[in-house]
Design a protein around this ligand. Sequence first.
Ligand code: ATP
Ligand code: MG
Length: 444
Amino acid sequence: MSFDFSARWRSFRHRFLPNRLWARSLLIMVTPVILLQTIGTVVFYDNHWQSVSRRLALGIAAEIKLTIDAYAEIDDPAEKQELMQRLMQTSRFTLRFLPPVDNPPRTKVKPSIRTAELIPALKAVGYPFQAFPMRNDYSLRLMFYTPDTTLEVLLPYKFFFSSTTYVFALWIFGSSLLLTGIAVLFLRNQIRPILRLASAAENFGLGRDVETFKPEGATEVRQAATSFIKMRDRIRRHIEERTRMLAGVSHDLRTPLTRMRLQLSMMGDDENARDLLSDVMEMEHMVNGYLDFARGEGKEQAEPTDIPDLIAKTVDSLRKDGVALSFTANAPLTMNIRRHDFKRCLWNLITNAERYGTVVRVGLNVKEHFAEITVEDNGPGIPAEKRDDVFKAFFRLDESRNTQTGGVGLGLTITRDIVLSHGGKILMGDSALGGLKAVLIFPK
Ligand SMILES: Nc1ncnc2c1ncn2[C@@H]1O[C@H](COP(=O)(O)OP(=O)(O)OP(=O)(O)O)[C@@H](O)[C@H]1O
Ligand SMILES: [Mg+2]
């Protein structure tokens, strides 16, 4: 069995590494620093700090041994007294020479961090001793039991223990914290332009205005943003050109068509003229449809709207003989929409349904995170493999099926554009009524 390193790495990364860019960058920046500081601290403790403490301890032990030895060497009591005075005056410790005890206690000292290096060094002095921490916590009281005196030494901690070590550790910790804080601040600033770019791209995709977007941040991000703006302008130009052309053609056709219709209606009740007139009227209808489509890219503003009310009004305006049209809503709902566009989108779906069916049901289903609008009919429906095609401009199913309808094949194209630009999506399915079920889904 081979070891798939890359798969393991991927699963590790997926499980343990953060997903957000700023968190990742922070990790990349801060991990080496913290690692370095930790290693540095450990090495420092192990080598430098320990050896310094040891040397200090050895020095102190040597001094004490020297004192004891000098004192022991002299026999004459008067000289001993004089030496004692001198030692007490000159030593950097506070010394006291007490009478010797008969049964000196055995050396027994509680180990602590501060005396870790000192106690082993003091054992080398060669006499039993005891160590008591003083109440004031600044010094250690040592008692050495030698045959001719009991020497009391008051030894300040600072002589053998560097308390700045704690300060040092604190500094390391504090500076890491500070560094992380600063890194977070800077990283957030670096990442903000990327987030802005992402949201601008998303908004543009939804057909929203991204006019205020400007390139900012690091060179690479600026580059991406500039490319995005160029792409946006190109797409916009493209759409504008397409729309302008369609509008131009439609507009130019409308005038001669109107003239033709007028002339035909003046030609009297001729069979041929009537056919021709109906054709011309159909063409006019189509041209109006194209114009509508071309005008679609308007600049309507989104407003908070009572959705059930809007649907009910649209449904009412579309009632006609021979079609049972009904509307039900399960809950009230207010959404930010461009009203005219939204109405138009409902209008397209309902008129389609009315064209092919005799029973049409419109429903509003408000769920927890989204709202669903359904339009269903009992017509022939759309075969599953054609459901993608009907959204294409000018696409119509089976021309013979709807000669009397005069549709252009733009209705669903416009509808989908509108739904997408509201951040929603449109799905086609089978209705329980037997025909088509169109479902619009909008996030709440
Ligand atoms: N409810 C429906 N039942 C059956 N077929 C449908 C239904 N709705 C749409 N279609 C089919 O999808 C095609 C495209 O519909 P679309 O609304 O885009 O165009 P249209 O209705 O033909 O023309 P327009 O709406 O532009 O006047 C229609 O021609 C029709 O064949
Ligand atoms: Mg239609």
